[in-house]
Design a protein around this ligand. Structure first.
Ligand SMILES: [Fe+2]
Length: 306
């Protein structure tokens, strides 16, 4: 059996080790490093090689310092245990291997405990630019270097705290339909915040506009496009705009928001939570991202358990 699994590797969409864990209902798994195929390591090496010059040109300094700290291997997939040895002393964060989709509340709850749910599979070499779901390159090369920066890590923890606030507020709403309606809106606002900052955020720096969003930092094509293209509108972030702005899912983002610093970003999360408490997130504009049934259910379950 082990031989069969090793031959297949840990490729996105074709990783029996991961699929079997999901079938058993296991969210947290081990990295099972020995299962990576030679092709898996080659996919990492090619992704890493072509990103390197773009990171140097377009990534913010915090990310570049994070790469130096983590010393991710260029030629093979990193061991998460090695990554964690260097990451944890910096901000307390740890990468925690998961079998795939993590329902919304559980995801934010992990952040509040300084755990980052991390995909272990890697995209197929024939689909280097197409990412149907996160893979280890997106999660480890795109997200984790940012987690070495304490100020940014604190933003994630505070966002995790917002999910707990949302659940506590939902638990006080006894009409089930109204509870669900409010949660849908609050989750949409939180998802948009995450999308336009943690995944696609830009920062003003002395060197010009630079990326700190991991969706940009793990995309060879979109990182350059986000900074250079005249097809992209870039605006100083406004929270009231951001929470009502629909995301664009299946192509390059035409609209991106710029923050001044991670202290600025942290103050926006505080504002987001304040608005949540005041009921201002109970009616945000419809549109993407869609709220998956599992995301909504995870918040409902957490409210139920209080
Ligand atoms: Fe991501």
């Amino acid at each position: 059996m082990a031989g069969t699994l090793a031959a297949t590797g840990l490729t996105t969409g074709s990783a029996p080790f991961v699929e079997e864990a999901r079938t058993r209902g296991e969210l947290y798994i081990t990295q099972a490093y020995e299962l990576y195929s030679q092709q898996n390591h080659e996919a990492w090496a090619s992704l890493h090689k072509r990103m390197q010059p773009r990171w140097e040109r377009y990534a913010n300094d915090h990310f570049l310092r994070g790469l130096d700290t983590l010393r991710l291997p260029a030629d093979r997939i990193p061991h998460l245990s090695h990554v964690n040895q260097r990451l944890k002393p910096m901000s307390g964060f740890e990468a925690r291997p998961v079998s795939g989709y993590v329902p919304g509340f559980l995801f934010f709850d992990c952040l509040s405990r300084r755990e980052f749910p991390t995909t272990i599979t890697i995209r197929d070499q024939s689909r280097m630019d197409y990412l149907p779901e996160p893979d280890i390159f997106h999660d480890v090369a795109g997200h984790i270097p940012m987690h070495t920066e304490k100020a940014f890590a604190d933003v994630l923890v505070r966002l995790g705290g917002c999910a707990h606030t949302a659940v506590a507020m939902a638990a006080r709403v006894h009409d089930r339909d109204e509870q669900t309606r409010r949660l849908r809106n609050v989750i949409r606002a939180m998802s948009r915040f995450f999308w336009f900052t943690v995944e696609f955020g830009l920062m003003r720096t002395p060197q010009g506009i630079r990326a700190y969003g991991s969706g940009l930092l793990s995309s060879y094509g979109e990182l350059e496009h986000a900074i250079e293209s005249d097809q992209v509108q870039r605006y100083p972030v406004q929270l009231e705009w951001l929470i009502h702005q629909g995301a664009e899912i299946d192509h390059y983002q035409p609209l991106l928001f710029i923050v001044d610093s991670f202290d600025h970003l942290f103050s926006l999360v505080e504002q987001l939570e304040q608005w949540m408490r005041e009921g201002k997130l109970n009616n945000v504009a419809p549109g993407l991202p869609e709220i998956a049934a599992g995301d909504l259910q995870s918040f409902l379950d957490a409210a139920e358990s209080l």
